[in-house]
Design a binder for this molecule. Structure first.
Ligand code: F0G
Length: 355
């Protein structure tokens, strides 16, 4: 039970589609039930007449990772684990650190050196995680985590190779179906390690099987051009992009992501860093939602795909805004404008405004 009033607890609300048993601790930090907001001005700028944003940055640690992390950490607790461990481009580590803190177990996070956005790194430290900086990239870190976890000893891997993570993340698809009354025509999202696209596809598939939705959306995944293994059809050994969250060259959920693409009649495309930065600015300036760079990939991609006719701009489109804008203040600092100084008088403010 919770003392959060009307706010649903994710593991209770979605109990029927989660691996929750009578022995599973009902851990919660208030994850899920995130806003689905219409974005007409942003939609108009990319040629989409019915565009919605699923605001996953509204989760407790500021990203969609909390949906799966609450389940993974609860199951780790249930199995008597003493520590959780993950590789991360930042958000998974922030989420693991927070849920481990609440659960009273240790969190160990392996991060690619120098490539973690400041907000995310701060979150991991603030929650008391043990932070290891790997002289390599995310893919190298995940390889080591697999070996660490294989050793047993009460150490649970909480990357998305842990099936409880995917089960939890699938709840976002159920929320979208509940809010819209059916699945949208298109679901667009950023793709890195490819767990989330796999989770959404599973969620929509389950929603149809349960009779909650009549159809499944086309899945439209977007990668950064410098880290686009699924678009190229081959791993990328030195992935590079301003969207550090999706700086991944060898996605763990490769096969399920390709299956989601193909079964849905969808596509996985890439966008340049310049397109990502432009779209990040538009999402806040035209939509009012401040997101980290990775979330701009689906908006930048949709613009290209609608323009080229590969996506129908008249359909109902949901784009997933996976993480909050203040996670990466350094990249966003280009948006800071000129500060207008003024005397502390009405006249002074009017002068500064030019009114
Ligand atoms: N968006 C954000 C903000 C992310 O942090 C991630 C992944 C993705 C999209 C891509 O999701 O990996 O399921 O395809 N972040 C991971 C991390 C890798 O370590 O935080 P995916």
């Amino acid at each position: 039970m919770s003392a959060q009033g009307a706010r649903p607890v994710l593991m209770e609300r979605f109990r029927s589609v989660l691996p929750v048993t009578a022995a599973t601790p009902m851990l919660t930090l208030g994850e899920g039930a995130t806003p689905l907001v219409r974005a007409p001005r942003l939609g108009a700028s990319i040629g989409a007449s019915d565009l919605w944003l699923k605001v996953e940055g509204a989760n407790p640690t500021g990203s969609f990772k909390d949906r799966g992390m609450v389940v993974a950490v609860a199951k780790a607790l249930e199995s008597g684990a003493r520590a959780v461990v993950c590789a991360s481009t930042g958000n998974t580590s922030a989420s693991a650190a927070a849920y481990a803190a609440a659960a009273g177990i240790e969190a160990v996070v392996l991060l690619p050196a120098g490539k973690i956005a400041a907000g995310k790194l701060l979150q991991a430290f603030a929650a008391g995680a043990k932070v290891i900086s790997i002289r390599g990239n995310f893919d190298d870190a995940l390889e080591i985590v697999r070996e660490l976890g294989a050793g047993g000893g009460g150490v649970e891997i909480v990357n998305s190779i842990n099936p409880h993570r995917i089960a939890g993340q699938a709840t976002a698809a159920h929320e979208i179906v509940a809010d819209l009354g059916d699945a949208p025509d298109v679901l667009a999202l950023p793709v890195g390690n490819a767990g989330n696209i796999s989770a959404y596809w599973r969620g929509f598939t389950d929603a149809v099987a349960a009779g909650a939705a009549t159809k499944r959306p086309r899945m439209v995944g977007l990668q950064a051009a410098g880290a686009a293994p699924l678009v190229n059809g081959a791993p990328v050994s030195n992935p590079e992009t301003v969207a550090t969250a999706i700086r991944i060259g060898k996605p763990a959920s490769w096969d399920t992501a390709i299956a989601a693409r193909d079964e849905s009649g969808g596509l996985i495309d890439s966008v340049t860093d310049a397109e990502i930065l432009r779209a990040q600015e538009e999402i806040i300036r035209l939509g009012g939602i401040f997101v980290e760079p990775a979330c701009a990939a689906p908006i930048a991609g949709l613009r290209n795909l609608i323009a080229s006719g590969r996506v129908d701009g008249s359909g109902r489109i949901v784009a997933v805004m996976t993480g909050f804008g203040l996670k990466d203040p350094e990249t966003a600092s280009r948006l800071i404008g000129e500060i207008r100084e003024a005397d502390a008088t009405l006249a002074g403010v009017r002068t500064a405004l030019g009114w």
